[in-house]
Every structure is written in structure tokens, then in C-alpha cells.
Design a protein around this ligand. Structure first.
Ligand code: PLP
Length: 405
């Protein structure tokens, strides 16, 4: 079953009910994406951990849990949110990078899966826990992949994971403390179109796998690409599933192995919409600026990654096509789209950004002392508010007023 996008009418209804700017998430679309993965990989022993840094609203986490998906965390607080959402510790994975050892201790005490990403923390873990607590190791496979350098994590200049060429140092620590290594992890980046990147990763891991005696799983990370614009390619998950099955049907290990994936963007990108409204139109010599009531403080991907987000004028969907530059209200260059063809825009029209579920609200801030927007979940044919927009008190929260000023 293919879940349709929310219609212009539905989005306008949400905007009128809750105001703008507004993040809207369509729950069934998340389930749809998860089912696509489950179906594609149904012939292999695969478990999915939703990389929740893409979107951590507690209701999203609960929904993810309700559809039977596990969760991958990139901080101890995300792990605590996942517990708060009701996940069993056994369904929570903490893939760390560059963290203090006390967070790893905390994760261990929570009873969740841990992938350790430095020799130093591996050593500390060994000293303290020896063989008592099975862990995973995050490796850097030295593979270049991903949409752009900022979202590439597996190449030989990346900070992520223990460089694979340090395998002897890893093994030395494991032997010294008799560490129980149950999982090997790689995550090469985001927006990986090319299925062969995963295959290369598998080859790298297969080569070193026999050196580990107690493996139960191989964790291939996330990074599945979704389409952002018409005609965009996405990761061919059916082809990927075929290749994974092919590889793992003949793996060189002497025990059955589970395959783990950590999809973030794939799960929640397309479920999300950012609805904004046009404040001002400004004619310029080469373009018309449409200044909206949002900015990169709400959706940073265009400015941060040069990411393309489809934008539609849902208030005038049959208006004449014109060229617009869509800008935010932040006092910095704040451009969502240069010279984009959009149906004629009038002040107060609703402009919608698509693919706003992943790394949208989650990367928002209060820059310019502006409020973060509200979030709404569309589920069972109804809109539910799942986060209030900020209030003035939120801007002052945690600030101390010095009495002598
Ligand atoms: C961010 C991240 C993911 C998810 O990446 P997507 O591109 O959103 O699928 C998976 N695993 C780890 C370790 C990550 O840091």
C-alpha cells in the first residue's frame, strides 16, 4: 500500500487550526516506509533500529515502537527518551561517537546495546567490565560515500569509528580484557544512492569477522536516500536486500548472524511537512523575494547542506508559474530556494516544504530569539498537537539574572 501525501486541503486545515510555521507529520507514512524495509528484507534475518536523531518527538518514538521497529540513539539523552517512550532496553542501540566514558557507563547501566567508537573507550570498558557485558565496535571502513562531505562518515579522514587499519590494536585490547564483542558496526554516511557502498562495507567486515569469536550481528548503519525532488533517485532497497541476502547466505562466520540497519531519514523524511506563510513579497532586479515567517532556525538543511526541499504554494496551486527566491526572516543570509518556479505567490499564502520530517525540527534553534514551531501528528485521520510552539518564557528559561546589573 502506497500512502498518499497529505493534500493541500488537509495541510491548509492544519495551518488554520494550529497556526504557522508548523511541522506536520503523517504517521501512516512512517509505517509505510518501515513496511517497505520489512518487505524488502523479509528473506534475511534483519532488524531495523530507527536512527532517532532525525526526529525525536516522544510521540514519534512511541509510534515507531508501536509498529515494531527498534531505535538507534546518538546520545545518552536520546536513549533516555527512548526508554521514556516505552522501548525495552533490548530494543535500544547507542551508537556513540567521541563521547566521555561516563556516558558509556550510563548506557551499560541502562542495559542497552552499545557500539563503542574509540580505542580509548574500548580500553576503559575492558578495564571496568571485562567479559561481563557484550558490546559492539564502531569501525571506520575507509569508504567514501554519501550525499556530500558533511554527511559522509566512513571515509579515511572521518572522525567516526575506529579506523579499520587499527584492527590489531582493537584485537589487542579485546584479548587483554577478554571483551565480549557481539556486534560490528559501520555507518558510511547519509544519502547513499549506490547499493555497492553497502556491499563494499560488507566485504570489509567479512574480512575481519573471523577474528571475533562471539559475534551475533553485523550492523550496516543507515543512510538510505529518499527522493527530495521529482525524478530524484532513491536507494534501491530491494536491490540492497538482494545483495545483502546473497552476501550473508555465504558469510564466512561459523555462527548465524543478524543484520542490523539504522535508517533515520528513510523512516521519517517524507512523513513531514513544514507549513509556512508569506510575510512579504519584494521585487528585485532579477527575482522576486518571497519572505516567509520561518528561517534556517526552523529548517537548516538548505543553508547548511545546500539541500533541496520541494516547495509548493498550497494557497494558489493553479496560479501562473513564476520565479521566486524563498527567504527566511533571520538576520543572516537565509535562503531556502533560489529562483524556484512556483505558482504565483501572494502575501499570506501558505508555502509548504516537503521532506521536512528528518533533520527538520530536530535541528531547529532559537536563533534571533525566535520561537521553535509547534509540531502536529496526523494519525487515524486526525491532527493532534504533539508540541506547543515556544513561548517568551522559553527564551528566558535557564538564564540567570545577575542582581548587580
Ligand atoms: C545519523 C545516523 C544514522 C541515520 O542516518 P540517515 O541518513 O538518517 O539514515 C544511522 N546510524 C548512525 C550511527 C548515525 O549517526
Amino acid at each position: 500500500m502506497q500512502v498518499e501525501q497529505l493534500s493541500n486541503e488537509q495541510l491548509i486545515k492544519a495551518a488554520e487550526k494550529f497556526g504557522t510555521p508548523l511541522y506536520v507529520y503523517h504517521a501512516e507514512k512512517i509505517a509505510d516506509q518501515y513496511n517497505k524495509l520489512k518487505q524488502a528484507f523479509s528473506k534475511s534475518n534483519v532488524t531495523f533500529f530507527y536512527a532517532c536523531k532525525a526526529l525525536t518527538n516522544i510521540n514519534i518514538l512511541k509510534y515507531i515502537k508501536s509498529i515494531g521497529c527498534n531505535v538507534d540513539c546518538s546520545s545518552i539523552n536520546e536513549a533516555k527518551l527512548a526508554l521514556h517512550a516505552g522501548f525495552n532496553p533490548n530494543c535500544i542501540l547507542y551508537t556513540s561517537n567521541g563521547i566521555a566514558f561516563n556516558e558509556i557507563e550510563e548506557a551499560k547501566n541502562l542495559g542497552i546495546h552499545i557500539n563503542i567508537d574509540s580505542l580509548s573507550n574500548l580500553e576503559k570498558f575492558g578495564q571496568k567490565y571485562k567479559h561481563t557485558y557484550p558490546i559492539g565496535i564502531r569501525l571506520r571502513p575507509n569508504i567514501m560515500a554519501g550525499g556530500n562531505l558533511k554527511i559522509s562518515t566512513g571515509h579515511d579522514k572521518s572522525k567516526f569509528g575506529i579506523p579499520i587499519n587499527q584492527i590489531e590494536d582493537i584485537l589487542q585490547i579485546i584479548n587483554k580484557y577478554n571483551l565480549h564483542i557481539k556486534n560490528l558496526h559501520i555507518h558510511t554516511g547519509s544519502e547513499i544512492k549506490d547499493v555497492d557502498v553497502f556491499v563494499k562495507g560488507i566485504e570489509v567486515l567479512f574480512e575481519i569477522m573471523p577474528k571475533f569469536k562471539e559475534l551475533e550481528s553485523i550492523d550496516l548503519g543507515g543512510g538510505f536516500k529518499v527522493p527530495y525532488k521529482n525524478g530524484d533517485t532513491e536507494t534501491d532497497i530491494n536491490l540492497l536486500a538482494e545483495k545483502v541476502k546473497e552476501a550473508f547466505d555465504n558469510h564466512p562466520y561459523n555462527k548465524p548472524l543478524q543484520v542490523w540497519f539504522e535508517p533515520g531519514k528513510f523512516m521519517v523524511s517524507e512523513c513531514g511537512y513544514l507549513i509556512t506563510q508569506v510575510n512579504v513579497l519584494k521585487e528585485s532586479n532579477t527575482t522576486i523575494f518571497a519572505g516567509i515567517n520561518s528561517g534556517f532556525n526552523h529548517l537548516i538543511r538548505p543553508m547548511f547542506y545546500d539541500a533541496y526541499h520541494k516547495i509548493k504554494n498550497i494557497s494558489n496551486p493553479t496560479g501562473a508559474i513564476k520565479h521566486y527566491t524563498i527567504t527566511g526572516n533571520i538576520c543572516e543570509t537565509d535562503t531556502f530556494a533560489w529562483d524556484r518556479k512556483i505558482n504565483e505567490i501572494r502575501e499570506e499564502d501558505y508555502l509548504v516544504f516537503y521532506n521536512a520530517g528528518a533533520y527538520g525540527f530536530e535541528m531547529s534553534s532559537n536563533f534571533n530569539s525566535r520561537y521553535k514551531p509547534a509540531e502536529v501528528l496526523f494519525i487515524n485521520n486526525e491532527f493532534h498537537l504533539i508540541r506547543d510552539k515556544d513561548t517568551f518564557e522559553d527564551l528566558l528559561k535557564n538564564q540567570k539574572t545577575l542582581s548587580f546589573l
